[in-house]
Design a protein around this ligand. Structure first.
Ligand code: C2O
Length: 345
């Protein structure tokens, strides 16, 4: 039986890549990475407590102070350390701009607009969260989620406006009290707060329920190793609100709406992790809506393989099939009311 070729980066091929506007960018780790030993992913011990991710607009001052402290530590580390803040942000740049070729092929590896969107971002959050926890000595540390699908959460959360969580490269006219347009298309909607909230809730119903009845619609297109190349069919949530919110937060005075608005800089804004935490939560919600029936059973998806550094700075090999059950990853989301669920037009 011929060995299946799965989608995976060739770590020895890291090279300059292009931003969305074809600007050359370079996000590679130090070359020594290719010599590092690789360990296989292992689930956290099932005796460990479950980390509970909470809405960013509801966390307390203590939590915010701890999170700020961890970010400061990450920023103080040298670039050679994979836990360094920019190294962490560059993980996104690497896999989003096509810095790696695929294993056994010269095609670039890009995870967006495909069925790798949900699992890959789950991985980056998983490792980032544990790195933060290790810096503040808190095994229970859980990232917050930006609850932009709930009326109370449709604003940039206050915790991101001060200290190390602030980012100067955001659109100033979109700071609170401006309500987010979660279907933003580079043009101001002109809607008042109440109308915008209703429009947002209606969009959520469509992206999560009426427009996402088939797994392909929600998960994105099959992207396989080598011959198929980049499939370019994003799932409903990736398309919106995910993409519009990136553009809505990033600064209008930057060519590509950096930071959050561009792939190569998005994860330099700490709100990136909260934004994706909500995307990740919605993946779980969608799975629950379909009674957790497996969404994709194709081994090409299940075996797709990536590499991340863990909190011990070990290079870990991890597969899509490793991240399908968040209880095995020992984290969960605080229950919130999904108001859009009953917003059938
Ligand atoms: Cu990797 Cu929110 O994009």
């Amino acid at each position: 039986k011929p060995k299946r070729i799965v989608l995976s980066p060739n770590l020895t091929t890291c090279h300059q890549s292009l931003s969305d506007a074809d600007q050359p960018v370079y996000c590679c780790p130090p070359e020594s990475e290719t010599l590092e030993p690789i360990v296989d992913f292992q689930f956290p011990d099932s005796s460990k407590p479950i980390r509970v991710r909470k809405p960013a607009h509801l966390v307390d001052a203590d939590y915010i102070a701890k999170y700020n402290k961890a970010i400061d530590i990450m920023k103080s580390l040298p670039y050679e350390d994979p836990r360094n803040y920019i190294r962490q942000a560059n993980m996104h740049c690497l896999y989003c701009t096509g810095s790696y070729n695929q294993q056994h092929s010269n095609s670039l590896l890009k995870i967006h607009r495909t069925w790798l969107f949900f699992p890959w971002h789950r991985m980056v959050l998983y490792f980032h969260e544990r790195i933060i926890g290790s810096f503040i000595g808190d095994e229970n540390f859980a990232l917050p989620f930006w609850n932009w699908d709930s009326p109370d959460g449709m604003f940039i959360p206050d915790m991101y406006l001060n200290g190390s969580m602030d980012d100067t490269q955001r659109e100033s006219s979109h700071l609170p009290p401006q309500v987010a347009d979660i279907n933003y298309d580079y043009v101001e909607s002109g809607l008042g707060t109440g109308e915008q909230i209703s429009a947002n809730v209606a969009l959520m119903y469509n992206q999560m329920v009426s427009g996402a009845k088939k797994a392909e619609l929600f998960m994105g297109c099959p992207y396989k190793a080598g011959e198929n190349g980049f499939c370019d069919g994003p799932g409903t949530i990736e398309l919106a609100p995910h993409n519009p919110l990136h553009a809505w937060v990033g600064s209008n005075s930057n060519t590509e709406r950096e930071d959050l608005g561009a792939f190569f800089t998005a994860a330099r804004d700490p709100i990136f992790y909260a934004h994706h935490s909500n995307v990740d939560r919605l993946w779980n919600v969608w799975n629950e809506l379909r009674s957790n029936r497996p969404s994709v059973e194709d081994p090409d998806w299940l075996e797709s393989t990536f590499f991340f550094h863990n909190e011990k700075s070990q290079l870990v090999r991890i597969k899509v099939k490793d991240v399908l059950d968040t209880s095995k990853l020992r984290y969960t989301y605080e229950n919130v009311e999904d108001v859009w669920l009953t917003a059938r037009p």
